[in-house]
Design a binder for this molecule. Sequence first.
Ligand code: FAD
Ligand code: DLZ
Ligand code: SF4
Length: 507
Amino acid sequence: MKTLRLVLGDQLSRGLSSLADLDPRSDVVLMAEVMEEASYVRHHRQKIALTFAAMRHFADALRAEGIAVDYVTLEAPQNSHSLAGELARAVQRYHPERVIVTEAGEWRLDAIMRTWPAQLSCALEIRSDDRFFITRADFALWAKGRSTLRMEHFYQEMRRRTGILMDGSKPAGGRFNFDTENRKPLPRNFSPPPRLRFEPDSITRSVMALVASRFAANFGELEEFGWPVTRAEALAALSDFVTIALPLFGEYQDAMAMGAPFLCHSLLAPALNLGLLTAREVCAAAEDAYRKEHAPLAAVEGFIRQVLGWREYVRGVYWLKMPHYATSNALGATRPLPAFYWTATTRMRCLAEAVEQTRKHAYSHHIQRLMVTGNFALLAGIAPAEIEDWYLAVYADAYDWVELPNTHGMALYADGGIMASKPYAASGAYIRRMSNACMGCHYDVSKKLGEEACPFNYLYWAFLIRNEDLLKKNPRMAMPYRNLASWNAAKKKSYTDAAERFLETLA
Ligand code: FAD
Ligand code: DLZ
Ligand code: SF4
């Protein structure tokens, strides 16, 4: 046997660099379900089921091509439950000339992987992951010498480099960014388009049974599992999104509605992050919808900005700044994570809804993550590591390389402004404008103080007061700090006291 090729659980792409020159006559692909990966955080049960189901289907697809796959299930008697252990055991079984693997998506596993050459009795080749538009090294070159790493500058550069949504050297429609036409609240009586979900087949059902018994204590329901687990299903999900929801994506990108978890979002992040879809084909499908006049430019540009812009940018920042990135805590936040992030037991309706949806679907959309659960964590001063572990655990699409910068940088401002030019802090007024959650909430969003007042209101001002020295010189924070300048000490104290009293009630 010549080459052993290790494929990780989020590398389920036939075009993966480690499979590029595979010779079915002499090579074996190794895949392993191991507790080390299934328990580095207490993943949502749907996340584990999704990963194992997609891994098993991918192994079957390779076998159907005549490729030998050595697949170690979680229940295999000799399973060592680490990727290093399974690789070492496979090397003993096959005595390959070399092992090939594509670099790990996240720093934790990358660091482990770099120790493997010293432990293995054969050569190990670690290949670059070319499923992204930009390599880690090219991002570092783009970042070099820049005083700020703003996403918008990166995105425009990526549009030019890739030619996506470009007419020659000019952006389609004459502008790179159509944000001003996006981000509307939902009209009254809006009915979200029905979305394609996938009925679990026998492989997925057996994995769900395994997860139900082995991960009984983990957060999240399995019943509503509807994620694509094969390449064919992922392509069907992409086509469904482009046909049904993409035309409305931009306009309602920031809207939230009770009882409507998916709205016009793509739901493609789990498939993208597992490798069932590539970012290139997702952007191509969206651009095609614009060129064929199926979807307006503002919607298509808004969507492509998320995939070609944000997704590549956060990965770039992650690899540029890790491992120190994870330990910064610019606002000195230390509060433990309140229990309601797991139980949904809170009278704050917007938060209860976001957590409940998360439990049911392993999903909530971007604005819920940023402006509801994230905003609360920012205003309440929750310790970055605690809330980051929560985000890494609870979403079907959660991987450290994309979760960490979004939480640490965007939601918490814990990196001191590397990613965001100002903290995404907002009072209840933002949530009232963008959702229907406040109607029927125990709290009154129009009240600023008192038992009935929306906690986001006094938490917002208490946050600004607490962080005044750090934030008031930021020109993008000038408006609220001008307002605060007219407050006397007693007024400030009434807000900080209200915030403290409320936070003390949280377990
Ligand atoms: P859509 O709204 O349809 O967006 C389309 C695609 O664009 C997504 O599938 C995703 O691939 C990409 N995208 C959109 N926004 C971002 C972004 N900010 N960063 C990177 N890619 C983006 N995304 C993850 O994939 N995994 C995570 O673990 C994750 N954690 C997050 C944590 C926080 C605190 C926040 C604020 C955002 C996080 N995001 C994460 C980004 C974003 O919220 C999700 O990608 C999105 O909600 C997934 O749903 P969707 O596929 O329907 O996305
Ligand atoms: C997420 C995940 C889970 C739950 N289980 C496995 C596993 O058993 N085996 C595996 O190879 N990969 C798994 N993964 C995905 C890995 O955690 C992922 O490859 C790394 O986090 C690198 O991004
Ligand atoms: Fe959320 Fe406040 Fe509105 Fe209640 S009133 S839903 S807590 S923003």
